[in-house]
Every structure is written in structure tokens, then in C-alpha cells.
Design a protein around this ligand. Structure first.
Ligand SMILES: [Zn+2]
Length: 394
């Protein structure tokens, strides 16, 4: 790496990947934004040799409950007919089961921070948080939290559904858990939502396991979207949604849900999605990039588009099809995670990049792999009242 004085960064010797495919081999970033593709570096650019690595947009996790990622997976029956039954089981033990009371005793800001860390370490640079907003999400949070948007928990919980839909800012997405079950009640929910006047093109339905083919057609006709969380669905319901028609219409995104029901991070979720064999690896990548941006209505994210914020991940050189390599990724494989042109996480080889961008770093271990982490985030993690499993601070 060559040291430069400019705030611009020139990545070369890379496989630059968007949801459509390989788009180039070098990428220039200036003032925190994507500036040029396959152009020559300028005089004072800081140059990063990617050694054939995969340079892709920061991923979008379209469904998450940031504040419950310090919990373990929890259920009290083998298989539930619907998620409402699971919620009642959880509620009944809210004050008595130590698996709930202990993680709940951690202050909310510290719990949310762990949700942010989970996503940052996986390169999910934008997250849709399906719970009340908290001031700690406003600034210095490890990742972007999608805003503005409206949400309602579900038809059963979360109050007046129609009022929530109508109160959503114009042009923003409105998200609801729906048809999270395999029983008749779940199969009726989409029609109930439609009868309430809440199925429009800004509607994002989370789960949709109980949707019928006719209901999926209706979602497509309305231009609404489905946010798929397969690992959470298999854990609770032993079944997940049929998604190929929605994916082909560009109306499908992927979410991890929280660790209360989901497998883990966005890579775990991509693997769970891949195992269902409904979509190709290339289609799966669209779910965490451009299609997610469209459903969440977040502008200029999820694509390496010139002028967009430089949210970026770097992965090792792929052997064969880059999309197939992507779905096999684990968080410790990530060589760099950048937000708005600043590195937040990187391999030890990225030390000069951190220095060139004026980002102080600390050494950490992520699942045994040595990494550099933005020092502000590392210090915050050190004083956090709950840690992140697999992460060791030096
Ligand atoms: Zn959820």
C-alpha cells in the first residue's frame, strides 16, 4: 500500500461486484462516496491492492430486533403453529425464566449496541430495526439504522394497524410481521391486511410463511415486498416461505430477525436461504443489496453507484463464481468493512488504510481471526455491560 495525503481511496486488483454481476476491477472513493469505476488513480489517492478480492456493497439486513441479540434462541415447544403462540409462551415467562430475565436486565442501550456489533462484524452496514427507536441509535452507532419508516408489530400486537400505516411518512416503507405461521389463521392474515387498506407498494411483509400462491400474486400485483427470515422460520415453525416468484419480481429481501429465533448474522441467514434451494446465489445477493434497498425505500444504498455513500465490504479472492463464494462467507472472512468511506473493521493489512483515513483502530479477534476495529467502537464495546460472543478485545 502506498501512503497518500488525499482523502480519496483507490481500490484496485479487485472483483467489483454489484447485484447484476461483476462491474469492474477498480473503484475510486472520494469524500466518502463512490466516485469512479475502472478509472485511473489520481496523484494523491491512497491505493489499496485488493489482491483479487471481492469488493461489494455493504449488505442490508432488512429485518432485525437489535435489542435482543444478547439472548439465546428460545422456545418452549418443538414446533409452533404460529408466532403468536410463541409470543404468549415468552410473555408467560417474562419474569421467571432466567434465560429471559438475565439478558433483559442489561440496559437497553447496551443491548442495542450488541445488535449493532453483530451487524457490523458481518458487513451488514444498513439494518432495519423492528422495535421502538432509541436515542443511542442516532449517532455513533456501529451501522446505519434505516430511517424513516413506519412499522407495526403484527395484526395481533402493536395496536391500531391502520393508524400505524397512515401515520407512516410519505414515501417511507411500512413494515409488519405477517403470516408467520402454518395454520389457517396465518393463511388469512394477508387478506385481513388488505381489508384494512394496508397492502400498498410501501408495505413490507415480514415472514409470509403462511401465504398462499394467490396471496403472493396479490403482493406482486401491488408492488409490496416480502422480507424473508428462513432460519427464524425453521426454528419456530419447521417451515419457511415460498419465495421464488417474489424474488423474480424483485420484491424479496432477507432479514436475520434476532438471535432469539434466528441463526445469527446475515451470512448465516444467506446460508439458511441457500439451503432451501429456492434461489440461485446470484438471486440471494440481490436480497441483501438492491432489492432490500427498494423494499426499505432507502436511497443510494445496497449498490456501488457513483455518488452513493461508500459502504463497502472486501472479501477474499473468490474461486469460481463470486456469488457462490459469497454465500459461503463467514464474518471472520471479511477483510474490510467501510461505512461512508471510513474503515470500521479490517484485516491487519488494512492498518495503513485506517491511518490514511484518520481512523484510530484497536486490535480485536473475531472468531479467532485478528482484525482491526474502529477504536471508538472497541472502547464502547469494552465498557458495554454485555459482550459479543466470539469477540476478544486485546
Ligand atoms: Zn421480527
Amino acid at each position: 500500500m502506498l501512503f497518500g495525503k488525499s482523502s480519496a481511496i483507490f481500490f484496485h486488483n479487485a472483483v467489483v461486484l454489484n447485484a447484476d454481476g461483476i462491474i469492474g476491477e477498480s473503484l475510486r472513493i472520494e469524500n466518502g462516496k463512490f466516485a469512479a469505476l475502472d478509472a485511473a488513480p489520481r496523484k494523491n489517492d491512497f491505493v489499496v491492492d485488493c489482491r483479487g478480492g471481492l469488493l461489494a456493497p455493504g449488505l442490508i439486513n432488512a429485518h432485525e430486533h437489535l435489542g435482543v441479540n444478547n439472548f439465546g434462541r428460545l422456545k418452549y415447544r418443538d414446533v409452533y403453529p404460529n408466532a403468536h403462540a410463541w409470543s404468549l409462551d415468552i410473555e408467560a415467562r417474562f419474569e421467571t425464566d432466567p434465560k429471559i430475565t438475565a439478558p433483559r436486565a442489561v440496559p437497553i442501550a447496551d443491548r442495542l449496541f450488541i445488535g449493532g456489533i453483530k451487524n457490523l462484524l458481518a458487513g451488514a452496514t444498513t439494518v432495519c430495526h423492528h422495535d421502538p427507536w432509541h436515542s443511542s441509535l442516532n449517532a455513533n452507532f456501529p451501522v446505519r439504522v434505516a430511517r424513516p419508516f413506519g412499522y407495526c408489530h403484527s395484526l395481533q400486537r402493536g395496536g391500531d394497524v391502520r393508524k400505524s400505516f397512515r401515520a407512516t411518512p410519505r414515501g417511507a416503507a411500512w413494515i409488519i410481521h405477517l403470516a408467520e405461521g402454518t395454520d389457517d389463521a396465518s393463511a388469512r392474515e394477508l387478506d385481513q391486511l388488505d381489508a384494512l387498506g394496508c397492502l400498498e407498494k410501501n408495505t413490507g411483509i415480514v415472514h409470509g410463511v403462511g401465504l398462499t400462491p394467490r396471496q403472493r400474486e396479490k403482493i406482486i400485483a401491488r408492488g409490496a415486498g416480502l422480507i424473508w427470515c428462513p432460519s427464524s422460520n425453521f426454528f419456530l415453525l419447521n417451515k419457511t416461505a415460498n419465495v421464488s416468484d417474489l424474488a423474480r419480481a424483485g420484491l424479496l429481501a432477507l432479514g436475520t430477525d434476532s438471535r432469539l429465533t434466528g441463526d445469527g448474522d446475515i451470512w448465516d441467514e444467506l446460508r439458511a436461504a441457500n439451503q432451501t434451494q429456492q434461489l440461485t446465489p446470484r438471486e440471494l445477493f440481490g436480497l441483501v443489496t438492491t432489492h432490500a434497498a427498494r423494499i426499505l425505500r432507502v436511497k443510494k444504498l445496497g449498490a456501488l453507484e457513483m455518488g452513493a455513500p461508500a459502504d463497502l465490504i472486501l472479501l477474499p479472492a473468490p474461486r469460481g463464481d463470486p456469488f457462490a463464494a459469497l454465500v459461503q462467507t463467514r464474518r471472520s472472512d471479511l477483510q474490510m468493512v467501510m461505512l461512508g468511506g471510513k474503515p470500521r473493521l479490517g484485516d491487519l493489512a488494512m492498518q495503513e488504510l485506517f491511518a490514511a483515513r484518520g481512523v484510530e483502530f484497536a486490535r480485536v479477534r473475531v472468531d479467532g481471526a485478528a482484525k482491526l476495529l474502529d477504536a471508538h467502537i472497541a472502547r464502547r464495546l469494552k465498557r458495554n455491560r454485555v459482550g459479543e460472543a466470539g469477540v476478544k478485545l486485546d
